[in-house]
Structures are given as structure tokens and as C-alpha cells.
Design a protein around this ligand. Sequence first.
Ligand code: HEC
Length: 698
Amino acid sequence: MLNSGPRATAGVTPVLCFFLASSAVYGQARRNQDWPVYLGDKATSHYSTLDQINKSNVARLRQAWIIDTGEKGEFQSNGLVINGVLYTATTSRRVLALDAKTGKQHWAWDPAEERPGNQGRRQRGLVYWANGNDRRIFTGAGTYLYALNAGTGKLVREFGTRGSIHLGEAVGNPPPSVTINTPGVIYKDMYIVGGVTSGPGTIRAYDVRTGRLRWIFHLIPRPGEYGYHSWPPEAYKTAGGSSNWSGLSLDEKRGIVYVPTETALPDFWGGDRKGANLFSNCLLALDANTGKRIWHFQTVHHDLLDKDLPTPPVLLTVKRNGLTVDAVAQGTKNGLLFVFDRVTGEPLWPIHEVPVPQSELPEEPAWPTQPIPSKPPPLTRQTYTIDDVSDISPAARQATLLRFKRGGSQGAFTAPSLKESIIFPGFDGGMEWGGAAVDPDGIYYANVNEIPWIYKMIPTRREDGKPMPAGERAYRIHCSSCHGLDRKGDASAGFPALTGLAQRSSRAAVTTVINAGVGRMPAFASLPEAQRRPLLDYLMDEEQPREASGPVSGPPYIFGGFRRWFDPEGYPAIKPPWGTLNAVDLNTGDIKWKVPLGEYPELTARGIPPTGTENYGGPVVTAGGLIFIGASADETIRAFDKDTGKILWQAKLPFSGNATPAVYMVDGKQYVTISAGGGKSGRPAGGSIVSFALPDSQ
Ligand code: HEC
């Protein structure tokens, strides 16, 4: 499973099949090796058996080719390589088929030609399926799943309704929006996928040929289903989320699919969803043939802090007490690692329920305990103490110390409160969607973030219990996270004050900003008119009608926004490291090594050792003894020695490589190819694909 090795793919001649089969025996003679599945294989092991590029020669690695997709940012795609063709999805969800040796384009497909409108962004990959000459690329765009002919890039009109299916159709009527940012997995002749949804989360299996639904698993249970009583009655009709957006892994031999899930909606308010909320924040093992639950483990009960399981689980084999155990390892935003026997669901090391801080919001009881594995140790610090105050400069130390003394930190399970708190580990990990790599030795390689965030809840009702004017309420919900509750903004973070707008702007000008966004401010084009008019009244200091009396709908508290905590210079307000790469021996549960990932050259110049940076995108480990990873916020791709964590090679990218590389071989040459789109962590955005190989003289 882990080591798929060279495989005869449909469509190659018998002679070539023989050659590929025999080359598996004589590793050196390999000519071609695909990267046929998102993250390398269905175990999502991020592992390559290639060793042409290895510790002894990686220093000579050079750029082989580069292309510009002409798009910008959120380019997170891990390309597929099949028979020398690289298939990838761009930021706007076009699909490109490129020569994997040169980057030359074979074809491009644009979903906007089929259905105009917003297709969504940040697509992390595609799915390939073949049967004889019927070779298909599956891609999600908008709320549809499309099947493309892998040879021509034309829609396979026999699939679904003339080439596509609506991803919400099986879920409800009217169908909720379901979009795919991380691809699903093929099992037999089924495409199994979750997706991001406004409705209740589900896992669905579709017939790859026809698009017909084969099975569905309800992540918010229906009456009679396991977990139904972990919600208020009939919650599936009103609750949403608990979906699977971070990918899934398949034990193909046993027919088990492993599904990590997110928080229920709304992420930060659970007063209307009292209970543990199965199957949100779960690792779930389903029978891939039928969709029946085999086992599950909930990593956060009744989540109030958006602690989605952000990474696909990886399947690996470890040695325990002389026995071989097929395991599944699930990383979390809190930097914890849950490891189970993947057949039985038994944890490899005991997991304890530990008391956590309790909510200060009266209508919002938090769950009293949360599960913490006794081993492996967490991959990040678990709370921000006085020893974590930034030390990169006297100014940073003073500012972070002052702020720390005002509020302190309660760690990963900070109590929901109207007071501002430091939440650490933060909202973007710990681990993130890049996931982790595992090698056949049972070592787990994961990049993590160590960035503190600021968290608070905001009341949407007047303190006297009276309804709040609609404009002020809309302002609190949509605008206050950046422009402040008091409209005074936050100059140090670049958020302008919105006080006195009537004196210096016009209703029309503010409407334009709301509709189109400006600079770092997103557009609010879809804000309903019933909120927009009173919002404008409120901003332009005009008389506001009170909301009609009667029950006030919507949550009484909303989330105060995603805010990282920075020092006065704009660096993370914590003692480094800010991002690390880790190797964990899952045979023993011990951390083998930990090194910073990423570097700010201007800080190095000041004599500060490499701090690591915030990072998004995953590693690949190879039989050549190397870990290839971009991810860091410094436009660099690196190769680390997998045994020591030493950097053996690095190269500049045009934009940060916030994606997982694809590692493959074409015509006897090994390539490492990464999407470089940047745009994360305040870095410049673009849309390049860059490929590296050893020079020909090798
Ligand atoms: C994610 C943060 C964020 C949110 C949420 C946000 N804004 Fe902004 N807004 C900004 C930033 C940053 C700017 C400055 C943009 C620039 O000039 O680059 C800005 C600028 C503005 C301006 C222009 C200010 C001026 O002085 O002319 C207006 C008006 C405005 N925002 C209104 C709103 C309204 C109304 C909402 C809620 C519907 C909102 N913003 C939500 C970040 C935000």
C-alpha cells in the first residue's frame, strides 16, 4: 500500500508492461514512475520510492522547467502524473494537462465555459480513473463534479448529466451547496468524496462511469443512526457542517476509507447544537463498499473553536512489541497526533480525557473534557506561558509581555468569552491541510505552525437584552472583526477607522467598497439588501429603525474574527520557532528530530537563528532519504535529510510553494514539481509551477 512502485497503467503496450514489471525488480533500470493519486497514493503517505535524487547528489538539483498559469494565489494543487502527463488544477479551477518533462501544455479545460460564475478557489488536487481506453480526470468546480477525458480534456458526456453531477443533489432537496477543495478517492468503480457544505456534511460514493449515487453516510446522523442523540432532536434538518474537507485515505486491500471531519456550523457558537455532535471532529472508518461505520474516534467533543481535523489521515505500518501493526495516524490543529490500529480503532497509546477551560458565555456550556494522547508528545507547545514571550528584540519582548500580562493564555481550548484571549495553538495549527509524510520505517514527517492568535466572542444583542438595531448588528457580524467593535479600526494592523465616514465619504463610495472590496478587504457583494441598507445607515450615522420587536434570530454571540497576534514589527508575537518540520518515530511514539522550517533573511542578518515561518503545504519523503517541502513563507523549496533534519538543498521559488510537491520519473529522470502561488502569510501572490531535476551530466 505505502509503496505502490511502478505499475502498468491502462493503455500502455504489453511490451512496456513487461518492461515496467521487470523494472520493479531492477530499481536502477526504472524509466517511468507515476504520481497517480493526490499526495502520492491512496494511503496519502506522501511517499515516493524514487531514489535517483538522493542525499549524495541533491545539492546538484536544478530547475528543469517553470510555467506561469497567469493566475494569483491559493495555488495549492498537488499535481497528478500519469504516463508523462502532469494534470493539475489552477486557482480558478481550470484543469491543465502538461508535459511532465517540459511543462508544455497539452490541453486546458475551463469550468466557466460549461457554467459561468464563481467556481471556487484553492483546489488541492484531482482524481484519475482508468479502465482500458476510458481514462478520466475528475474535478470539482462550483457545486459540480466533472468528468474529463484524460486524453483530450473534453467532458465525458456519458457521466452524470452531460458530464457532471451536482454534489448536493444526494444530500437534500433543494440541494445544498457542496464544493470540493480536496479531492476524493477511487475505490473499485466508485468515487468517494466529502466536500465543503452549507448543509449537513455527508460522505458519498458515486459510480465513476455514470455518476449515480452508490451510498451516502450522514455525518450529522438521522433518526435511528448511530450518534443521533449526540445532537438536539432533528438537528440534521437545521445543523450544518461536520463535513470532510481535508481529504480521505483508503486501505484498498481491506476496503476501509478513513474520513477526518470538521467542526459543526456555526463553528464558534454551539448553543443551538448542545451535545457531543457526532461525527464532527472525528476520525471515522467506513466500509468503502457500503458506507457503513466501522469505528470512529472524536478528537474534540462539541467543538466551539473551529478545531477541524485539517489533514488527511495517513496509513502506515509500525512495529509494536515485536508485532507489525497496520496503523492510521491523524494530526490535529493542536499539534497532537492520534494513532490507532486501523482495523480495530484501538489507540496505540492510551488517550486521556483531560479537563479544559469552561465557557464564560451563559448559554454556551463547553464540554468538560477533551481527549489528549499520552504519546507521541505534541508537535507544538500546548500553551503560551511567560517563557514564550517573544525575544527577537527588546521592542517585541516589551509589547508581547505587556499583552501577555493583560490576558494570559489558556492554551488550545480557550474558554469562549467576551474578553480577548491569546489562543495557542492557534486556528491554523499545529497541522494544516498539507498533511504529513510517512516512510516504510514507520517515521511520520509533519510540518506545523506555532503562531499565537487572538480570540474573542462578540455579543449581537444589546446588554439590556433589547434587540440591537439591524445596522449595528450587521456591522458586528460582518465588519467588526477588522474595523473594531467601536469602529475605530486598528491602525497597527492596517484596518482603517470607519468613524466619521459621513464627513469624508459618500453612501455610493461606501457601497462600492462593500460590493467590490478594497486591498485586503474582501467583497461583501452577497450581503442581503435587508442588512445592507441599515448597515449603510449605521455607518453614515443616519437614524436607524429598531429591529421589530419579538424574538431575535441568529446566535447571541458571534466570532470576533481570525486574527493572528503579531509583534510591533509584524512577526509572530511569540518566541521562535514559528514553524517547524518534525520526525516522529511511530514505532516508539518518540519525536526523532525537530527543526525550524523557513527563514526570514532580515532576521538572520540581525543574528537571530532561523525562526521558521508559518507554513502551508505538505512534505514528500523519498527512498532517496530526502524530504522535499515548500510550504514556508519565504519562497523557498528545501530538501531535508530524513534521518537528521539537516537541510541538504534549497532553491528559491517565484512565490511560496503552498502545496505538496509531486515526485515522479519520466524517461529515466526524476522530477520534483511544485505549485508556487504564495499569497499566504502576507507574501506576494502568483501562480507558477516549478519543476526540478538533476542536470543531464549525472
Ligand atoms: C478582513 C478584514 C475586513 C473586513 C471583515 C471588513 N473590512 Fe473594510 N477594510 C479593510 C481594510 C484592510 C481596509 C483598507 C483597504 C485598503 O485601503 O487597502 C478597509 C477599508 C474599508 C473602507 C474604506 C475606508 C475609508 O476610510 O475610506 C470602508 C468603507 C470599509 N472598509 C467598510 C467595511 C464594511 C462596511 C465592512 C463590513 C461589511 C468591512 N469593511 C469589513 C478590512 C476589512
